[in-house]
Ligand binder design. Structure first.
Ligand code: ADP
Ligand code: ZN
Length: 219
């Protein structure tokens, strides 16, 4: 029986959380819960909520805590996450979200929180050249495009630049990360849950580092 996992992934925009969490979710056979992907799906559906979310997102602002907490809470009560766990990507992002997550997960606490650490100057370069699939969220870049004419290798979807990957919105998101989310690194360190993993370098190498670190901390 492959062990499940209850993990949170922290890290700056462009640190590679999306790519690495997708891989880790296959490795540990647990769902990858990305608040950004959930919100982008709502935007694409064009619901009333999606339209509201889009306003915050394209400006690089955070959604109000109560709204995002409601969405995550609804996901975390489903059977798959209760039984096998999850990898949370993009949540928590504020201390209030972290406090609430600790309450929600009460009887099944987190195994650990990984800080995927990549310096700001490196993420700035990655974000400017980042391209994503509108359908499955797969990540590409100007340097590593899909094989055929900006069509996703995995699902055939259109590969584009994210609407919030403008210079202004990127700067705002990175500022908010320092203000609201970076303090969570210490918050989790104090609770003895934090592990820092170097996210700089080749993606496969980073995956191997993550798996090694998580597995060694679990045994
Ligand atoms: P990035 O990490 O590059 O900002 P994400 O895909 O994780 O991208 O999130 C995109 C946007 O979705 C954020 O800029 C924010 O507007 C919204 N969002 C995602 N997660 C949260 C959260 N936990 N709290 C508030 N807003 C969030
Ligand atoms: Zn795709």
């Amino acid at each position: 029986m492959i062990p499940g996992a209850r993990l949170v992934m922290l890290g700056r925009q462009g640190a590679g959380k999306g790519t690495q969490c997708t891989r880790l979710s296959r490795h540990f056979v647990v769902p990858h819960i990305s608040t950004g992907d959930m919100l982008r799906a709502a935007v694409k559906e064009g619901t009333e909520f999606g339209r509201k979310a889009q306003e915050y997102m394209s400006a690089g602002e955070l959604l109000p805590d109560d709204i995002i907490i409601g969405i995550v809470e609804e996901r975390l009560v489903k059977d798959d996450t209760r039984e096998r766990g999850y990898i949370l990507d993009g949540f928590p992002r504020t201390e209030e979200q972290a406090e609430t997550l600790a309450t929600i997960t009460g009887e099944q606490p987190l195994d650990m929180v990984v800080d995927l650490d990549v310096p700001t100057d490196v993420v700035l370069g990655r974000l400017a050249s980042r391209r994503v699939c509108v359908d499955c969220g797969a990540n590409y870049s100007v340097q590593t495009p899909p094989k055929h004419n900006w069509t996703c290798d995995h699902c055939g979807g259109e590969v584009i630049q994210r609407e919030d990957d403008t210079e202004e919105a990127i700067q705002r998101r990175l500022d908010l990360y320092e203000e609201e989310t970076a303090p969570l690194v210490d918050w989790y360190r104090k609770r003895d849950l934090l592990m820092v993993v170097d996210g700089d370098g080749d993606a496969d190498e980073v995956t191997a580092r993550l798996v090694r670190a998580i597995e060694s901390a679990r045994t």
